[in-house]
Ligand binder design. Structure first.
Ligand code: GLN
Length: 447
């Protein structure tokens, strides 16, 4: 049924970069065989899923939305992919994304943008717009996203879907093509809170192949999602994440949902996190610095594209020509910023300062979590904007992640839940919930 839906709508939506129907049907058959052989499989066995094209799956292409990796077939499964397959989840294909996960609209994909199923002229969010759009268009009931600064939560917000960024280290990064290693986290995307929790349970947990993976039991997210009891819970509204620059319909929607939590027995308090105002600036130094280093491995020798290898060009020429042709503008912009910020003489002023701000943001979180069990804000300042509207204005594009970035810098758990529709334009609004590290279950309780 999902393959039929993909065939019917994906030409308009363009959520997928690669669909392998035959392989999906064979996988479904093998789940039937495993069941028949008496294997007890979990709740998600046989359920189809869309995988963001930044995670490897053996035998399928992985492009990261870039020409640089066109034609590359990874020789191994990411840990997330392997756990999905072991649980009997059926992978339908790989979803579209901003190139190397840099963006907030999926317009930076080298393979063309994804469209928001709620309004095809609008963006589906990014960088994981393909995964969110696949859910919203009923092409898949489950999806995997990755979130470095908001790429699970912002697409969830603008498509009325659920997107969870687990605690940093909660889900293995092995086989996730790195953007910024200290920020990247894979997580579950779904249309309901319980579906997301069931998926979370499958992919989370310690992995010795990822040196930053947390070796501790996974919080009981499924029980929390099932219970959903918020009575007595302290919910902190972050003063700095609202006001000027936020659309009236987004603010109104947010207040309505806070009032709903209060009605359900939560205690609402106001908290202040003054250093969050510097989150965007710190992020756009730390992320490009790490990305410029991580992307150095795409040197025309090891993966994917090779340009100018005619026997006359030097190795360095081939590298230069390949990187010139293979990377898009946004990727080049960030490599230039990152190498500059890391260069001798500038390191302390830029990267060093950004790291100090990062520590201050973590302290603001600690202070706020001493007053509240969870923190809440809108997920994004505005609803989905029109395709093309912000492509020439990087700063306007970066501002989409104002509310989501602090959680990546601090490494705590956060999620976006469907908050209802905006009275401004009838488009979905996301409700953003933040919890301390390893308290992911609180997100699901509120969701
Ligand atoms: N939109 C943010 C960026 O462009 C976040 C990206 C992400 O989370 N992968 O960097």
């Amino acid at each position: 049924a999902h393959l039929d839906q993909i065939a019917a709508v994906d030409e308009q939506v363009h959520a997928f970069l690669h669909v392998d129907g035959e392989r999906a049907l064979a996988a479904a058959k093998s789940v039937d065989d495993r069941r028949a052989a008496g294997e007890s499989l979990g709740a998600l066995a046989g359920v189809p899923l869309a995988l963001k094209d930044v995670l490897t799956q053996q035998g399928a292409p992985t492009t990261c939305g870039s020409k640089m990796l066109e034609g590359w077939h990874p020789p191994f499964d990411a840990t997330v992919t392997r756990r999905l397959i072991d649980a009997g989840v059926i992978i339908l294909g790989k979803t579209n994304m901003d190139e190397f996960a840099m963006g907030s609209s999926t317009e930076n994909s080298a393979y063309g943008p994804t469209h928001n199923p709620w309004d095809l002229d609008r963006i589906p969010g990014g960088s994981g717009g393909g995964s969110a759009a696949a859910l919203a268009a009923f092409e898949a009931p489950l999806a995997i996203g990755t979130d470095t600064g908001g790429s699970i939560r912002q697409p969830a917000a603008v498509t009325a879907t659920v997107g969870v960024k687990p605690t940093y280290g909660g889900v293995s990064r092995y086989g996730l093509v790195a953007l910024a290693s200290s920020l990247d986290q894979a997580g579950p995307c779904a249309r309901t809170v319980l579906d997301a929790a069931l998926l979370h349970e499958v992919i989370a947990g310690h992995d010795p192949r990822d040196s930053t993976s947390i070796d501790a039991p996974v919080p009981d997210v499924v029980a929390a999602a099932r219970e959903g009891d918020v009575s007595g819970m302290k919910v902190g509204v972050v003063r700095e994440l609202g006001g000027e620059g936020y659309a009236p319909g987004v603010e109104e929607n947010f207040q309505r949902n806070v009032a709903l939590l209060e009605k359900l027995g939560a205690e609402i308090v106001e908290v202040s996190c003054p250093t969050f105002d510097y989150g965007l600036a710190a992020y756009y130094l730390i992320l490009p610095s790490e990305a410029s280093s991580n992307l150095a491995k795409f040197d025309a020798m090891r993966f994917g594209l090779r340009v100018g290898d005619d026997g006359l060009n030097s190795t360095e020429d081939v590298m230069r020509l390949t990187r010139g042709a293979g990377f898009g503008d946004e990727v080049k912009r960030r490599i230039i910023i990152g190498t500059h910020a890391l260069s001798a003489g500038y390191y302390d002023a830029y990267y060093g300062s950004a790291q100090k701000v990062r520590t201050l943001i973590s302290r603001d979180f600690e202070q706020a979590f001493s007053q509240a069990d969870v923190l809440v804000s809108p997920t994004t300042p505005t609803t989905a904007f029109k395709l093309g509207e912000r492509v020439n204005d990087p700063l306007a594009m970066y501002k989409n992640d104002l509310c989501t970035i602090p959680s990546n810098l601090a490494g705590n758990a956060s999620a976006s839940f469907p908050g209802g529709l905006s009275s401004d334009d009838g488009m979905p609004v996301g409700f953003h919930v933040m919890a301390p590290p390893m308290a992911d279950d609180r997100l699901y309780r509120v969701g």
